[in-house]
Design a binder for this molecule. Structure first.
Ligand SMILES: Cc1cc2nc3c(=O)[nH]c(=O)nc-3n(C[C@H](O)[C@H](O)[C@H](O)COP(=O)(O)O)c2cc1C
Length: 325
């Protein structure tokens, strides 16, 4: 079984990838999407979304980070994929799942799923432009309005030479509304030989086991669930090996939040410095009630030092030792 951390624009940036991969259990990450709408992008755009390119395309824990491209023009995407490969991306992923109106209006993301032949043409062009040893993967939904074209989409991607297909088991119209239709993925498994990775609504180790069974896929991609429970990959691995490991306690999560805060400080203007941890606490509070309390304490704080102090007070309240920083 392989577990892949889902790309999440504005949430899973390199800092979050660093933190989550340091906890173990993740085999691969994917960057937030690089939007390709005109021309060859300068290297700085790739480095900004994927600073890991400066360290061999891996997180500090040695987990490869595939670079995700989004767009609708085969030649442009191919050129930019070639550049990403030159800069050292260990793999290229193509985004055909994004439901955002602004993205779809500019001819990128899930809107392309209305035309399976375009999905195939883009995949083929990118595959051709990238050296053979670098995998090209495709992330798709079940379709745009409805899943009727799903098998055509998957067949086209496979024939275009993709290395793997990641399926978020919902149509664009279904957005992020539960359930995810894992059973649809099993139809794709019967249709093509390319490895398929199942994605959508995996919040616990039990969900992961059920998803494997229903989708008939060994490999899984974890998104929001891994933000709510940073040890989810480890828990899934343990469940797969029929072992039981204790879940991460709040007192173990808190130092991670403080570390994350310190790491993100460097990337934001002082008055927005609290935004990334506030956002993460919103995810964490679905599993840790203490995260909801902490969120309420800091949600109106703007000053970086005030936020820092609030986090340190929470650490002390949990009986945790503070380092000097
Ligand atoms: C805030 C947010 C941002 C996302 N950004 C991306 C993205 O940049 N590229 C992409 O392919 N999918 C993106 N997704 C979709 C996720 O990768 C994933 O397919 C989806 O959340 C379903 O998986 P989950 O139920 O495990 O979260 C995003 C999802 C969310 C909630």
């Amino acid at each position: 079984m392989r577990l892949i951390l889902a790309p999440m624009e504005g949430v899973v940036d390199h800092t979050m990838r660093e933190l989550l991969t340091s906890l173990g259990g993740i085999d691969r990450c994917v960057t937030e999407f690089v939007r390709v709408s005109e021309g060859l992008l300068p290297p700085r755009v790739f480095y900004r979304l994927c600073p890991e390119l400066r360290q061999g395309g891996n997180t500090a824990s040695g987990v490869p980070v595939y670079l995700q491209l989004l767009g609708g023009q085969p030649t442009l995407l191919a050129e930019n994929a070639g550049r990403a490969a030159e800069l050292g991306a260990p793999g290229i992923d193509l985004n055909f799942g994004c439901p955002a109106k602004t993205v779809n209006k500019s001819d990128g993301g899930s809107i392309i799923l209305r035309q399976p032949e375009r999905v195939a043409a883009i995949t083929a062009a990118v595959r051709d432009a990238v050296p053979h040893h670098i995998p090209v993967t495709v992330k798709t939904r079940l379709g745009y309005e409805h899943p009727e074209l799903f098998l055509d989409i998957v067949r086209g991607i496979a024939e275009a030479g993709a290395s793997e297909i990641i399926v978020h088991a919902r149509t664009k119209r279904q957005g992020y509304r539960p359930p995810a239709h894992w059973e649809e993925i099993s139809r794709a498994r019967e249709t093509v030989n390319v490895p398929i990775i199942a994605n959508g609504e995996i919040w616990s180790a039990e969900d992961a086991m059920r998803c494997q069974q229903v989708s008939n896929c060994e490999d899984l991609m974890l998104g929001r669930g891994a933000l709510c429970r940073p040890d989810l990959p480890r828990l899934v691995r343990a469940a797969r090996a029929a072992q039981s490991v204790p879940a991460l306690a709040w007192a173990e999560v808190l130092p991670l939040i403080l570390d994350y805060y310190r790491l993100t400080l460097a990337n934001y203007d002082a008055c927005y410095a609290g935004n990334p941890i506030k956002q993460w606490l919103v995810y964490l509070r679905t599993y840790y009630p203490q995260a909801a309390l902490l969120f309420n304490l800091i949600k109106r704080l703007r000053d970086a030092e005030d936020i820092h102090q609030a986090l340190r007070r929470e650490m002390l309240a949990q009986g945790l030792v503070l380092d000097a920083a």
